[in-house]
Design a protein around this ligand. Structure first.
Ligand code: FES
Ligand SMILES: [Fe+2]
Length: 350
């Protein structure tokens, strides 16, 4: 169901304070925690003694202590202590996952083979430390499969229908926007430009636009997450090919981590620059973004509920589906590639 041997987002740095956090990721029951000495860790969320979730326990300097009979587990999964007993049973360990904290993002390596080491570095997200931006974020839970969220983010034509109160705008302008889709390797880019548009409410709240604006939306799909750069500048003042262009910028980090086959975590941050004559607008941008994403959640969950009522009903494609369809083909290929070695092995064994 999911591409493996890659980094997924398990959470954000600020979620790990002094308590362990239970989170199911790709059908795996995981506990995330930060030790008292600051190390982040991910373990199977099941004590190997009597199966209490380790997320019911407590965090200590060297690991997490089970809340039932006090076994202490290190970030490696090894049992460090059995209270009242000197000998630690050989099998006293729990599965561990590689968890990396980078740019305030917690990246977890999800291997095909249990315990396999990462084959590449965790992705960078330099926007979180770029002094031009401030950001806030949140984690939403979706009662819908992860690819419906990809579809939504790779097709921003829905802004004019779903997000009229915030980042929307004229629906016809959105549906007729110039659209370019590029694919390279596992990545898909969807570029949309809407010159000479009316600024939507969030933009007006954040930036002193006086008239119409040139808008851009650049979506980069990277399998486990998407980076979406949107913004606007006074008409004719900025070159849309210049990556350093001015104007109002919103930089979205959107990680879609499957929880189960039919549910997902949506872990997002939104970064914005602010106009020199305005106070920092990140709280406004955050609130409007959260409202916007909640609107998406309502639509996508309603869509999935209905899909369940009509499991075999065909769907049609229209012009806005090019980006989502490309991304779906990437996911299909990656899942096929993961399955290939296993299929070859079982054929050889037969
Ligand atoms: S269930 Fe964890 S120590 Fe007994
Ligand atoms: Fe949306």
């Amino acid at each position: 169901m999911f591409p493996l041997n890659r980094w997924y987002v398990a959470g954000f740095a600020w979620e790990l304070a002094d308590k362990p956090l239970a989170r199911t990721l790709l059908n795996q029951n995981i506990v995330l925690f930060r030790t008292g000495s600051g190390e982040v860790a991910a373990l199977e969320n099941r004590c190997c003694h009597k199966s209490l979730p380790l997320s019911c326990g407590t965090v200590e300097n060297s690991g997490v202590r089970c809340g039932y009979h006090g076994l202490l587990f290190a970030p490696s999964g090894a049992c460090l202590e059995v209270p009242g007993q000197e000998r630690i049973p050989v099998k006293a360990r729990v599965r561990s996952y590689t968890l990396v904290e980078k740019d305030q993002i917690l990246w977890i390596w999800m291997p095909q083979e249990e315990g396999a080491a990462p084959t590449c570095e965790a992705p960078d997200y330099p926007i979180h430390s770029d002094p031009r931006y401030t950001f806030r974020g949140d984690v939403f839970h979706y009662d819908a499969p992860y690819q419906l969220i990809h579809d939504n983010l790779l097709d921003l034509s829905h802004l004019g229908y779903v997000h009229l109160k915030t980042i929307g705008g004229n629906a016809a302008v959105h549906m007729n926007a110039e659209l370019k889709v590029e694919a390279a390797g596992d990545q898909v880019r969807v570029l949309r430009y809407m010159p000479d548009s009316v600024p939507p409410p969030t933009y007006l709240g954040a930036w002193p636009f006086e008239g119409r604006i040139d808008r851009w939306q650049e979506v980069e799909f990277k399998v486990s997450h998407l980076n979406i750069w949107t913004g606007g500048a006074d008409v004719g003042t900025e070159d849309m090919n210049d990556p350093q262009r001015g104007g109002f910028h919103m930089r979205g980090f959107h990680a879609i981590t499957p929880e189960t086959d039919t549910t997902a975590h949506y872990l997002w941050t939104m970064a914005a620059n602010h106009h020199p004559e305005r106070a920092n607008v990140i709280d406004l941008v955050y609130e409007q973004t959260a409202l916007t994403f909640y609107e998406d959640k309502v639509v996508i969950e309603a869509q999935y509920e209905n899909m369940k009522k009509h499991p075999n009903a065909p769907q049609i494609d229209i012009h806005v589906d090019v980006g989502p369809n490309r991304a779906r083909r990437v996911i299909e290929r990656l899942i096929r590639d993961n399955a290939a070695p296993a299929a070859a092995l079982s054929a050889a064994a037969a």
